[in-house]
Ligand binder design. Structure first.
Ligand code: PLP
Length: 412
């Protein structure tokens, strides 16, 4: 058999793309080669339905040790009582929470998608909004900040079984303590979905929801810099129901190769250097936000506390997000269009852009580089139809990227 040259060539092209553009989608990151190697390892060959020590298949002595390493490292890193590492990704992990603690039709609360919530927090097109009864909370129209008094009022009125705190496009700190207090007051369970900010929490650059939050879900592939996957962490009293919901409730065999990759990523996140890394992600976002505001752009909440920036383009034009993201991508800056709070435009033609600094920080870029990036973003957005400008900037971006390689060990 001759080797498959088609996929090999495409993978090479994708590596070249990642090496030569500024990837600024805030949900993305680039894990270490050690993590990638674990994910590509033979651990994925093994069927291991069940949990360490209680498997339905033979031959799991080694795989058990891998899974236990992942569990124990997560417990140590986050100060959690119980950890499940088997959920295939963030959305199935959230689904497991619903399956464990709600019945179809039960009421729950989540942040409105248009205000920065996730699909699984109650969107009408998602399982969460189709099977259960979502009651959304939004942001204050003036400040664009979470209004905890409003959250409490809705909770007192609607008596939800579950309250989800968490974000995909909210650039500010979340007060998990306050959410937990409200949940306890109304007899609800609180799920903190910290997918985006898991790495910031691990590196102590965002307040932690541990140890007092009932349930915490995080994806492992965003700021935490692991492979695709998810961690479910909870108080001991919820452990049994949650584990049962993941397996056998929702899934069959866990992806032990991914779990091996998660274990490696957690090892890396436990090193002292990870604190500096996570702090630098936030510093970079903060400098980028300041520079963009100095250039006259409106940012949602006028800045950021975390790794992401939401730019409001309504001054320049309603529904400009898609066109702007397209133009930036032509200039080598890859971000995504996004709704802004109370966006008058539809989600597939929204009025905002979302930027994040995790990958730029992973490459070793710092404040100085953020100033350059802000300059390029400004120039592109002021010259969206000028192909000469976009081409020149794409070249400059490439030169910067080559000075900060993502995977210097990999041959291109
Ligand atoms: C990314 C994300 C998820 C879902 O993760 P997938 O792995 O894409 O399914 C869930 N919740 C939040 C808040 C997220 O940011």
């Amino acid at each position: 058999m001759t080797p498959d040259v088609e996929v090999a060539a495409l993978l090479k092209q994708e590596l070249a793309r990642q090496e030569t553009v500024l990837s600024m989608i805030p949900s993305e990151n680039a894990p270490s080669l050690a993590v990638l190697e674990a994910v590509g390892s033979v651990a994925g060959n093994k069927y291991a339905e069940g949990y360490p020590g209680k498997r339905y298949y033979e031959g799991n002595a080694v795989v058990d040790k891998i899974e236990l390493l992942a569990i124990n490292r997560a417990k140590q890193l986050f100060n959690a009582e119980h950890v499940n590492v088997q959920a295939y990704s963030g959305s199935p992990a959230n689904q497991a929470v619903f399956l464990a603690f709600l019945k179809p039709g039960d009421t729950f609360m989540g942040l409105d998608l248009a205000c920065g919530g996730h699909l699984t927090h109650g969107s009408p097109v998602n399982f969460s909004g189709r099977i259960y009864k979502p009651v959304s909370y939004g942001l204050d129209k003036e400040t664009e900040l979470l209004d905890m008094n409003a959250v409490r009022e809705i909770a007192l009125r609607e008596k939800p079984k579950l309250i989800i705190s968490g974000l995909t496009a909210y650039p500010r700190t979340i007060n998990f303590k306050e959410f937990q207090k409200i949940a306890e007051e109304v007899g609800a369970i609180h799920l903190a979905d910290v997918s985006h900010i898991a790495g910031l929490i691990a590196g102590e650059s965002h307040p932690s929801p541990f140890p007092y939050t009932d349930l915490v879900m995080m994806t492992t592939h965003k700021t935490l810099r692991g492979p695709r996957g998810a961690l479910l962490l909870c108080k001991e009293k919820y452990a049994k129901e949650l584990d049962k919901a993941v397996f056998p409730g929702l899934q069959g065999g866990p992806h032990e190769n991914n779990i091996a990759g998660i274990a490696v990523a957690l090892y890396e996140a436990l090193q002292p250097t990870f604190k500096e890394y996570s702090l630098q992600i936030v510093k970079n976002a903060s400098v980028l936000a300041k520079e963009l505001m100095n250039k006259g752009f409106k940012l949602v909440t006028n800045g950021t506390d975390n790794h992401l920036i939401l730019m409001d383009l309504r001054q320049q034009g309603i529904s400009l997000g898609k066109q702007a993201a397209f133009a930036l991508n032509e200039a080598g800056i890859c971000c995504n269009m996004n709704s802004v709070p109370y966006d008058p435009a539809l989600p597939y033609k929204p009025s905002g852009l979302r930027f994040g600094t995790p990958i730029l920080t992973t490459r070793g870029m710092k404040e100085q580089e953020m100033k350059l990036v802000a300059g390029w973003i400004t120039e592109v957005l002021q010259n969206m139809d000028n192909s000469g400008t976009k081409l020149r900037i794409a070249k400059e971006v490439k030169e910067l990227c080559l000075r900060f390689p993502l995977y210097p060990e990999l041959k291109q």
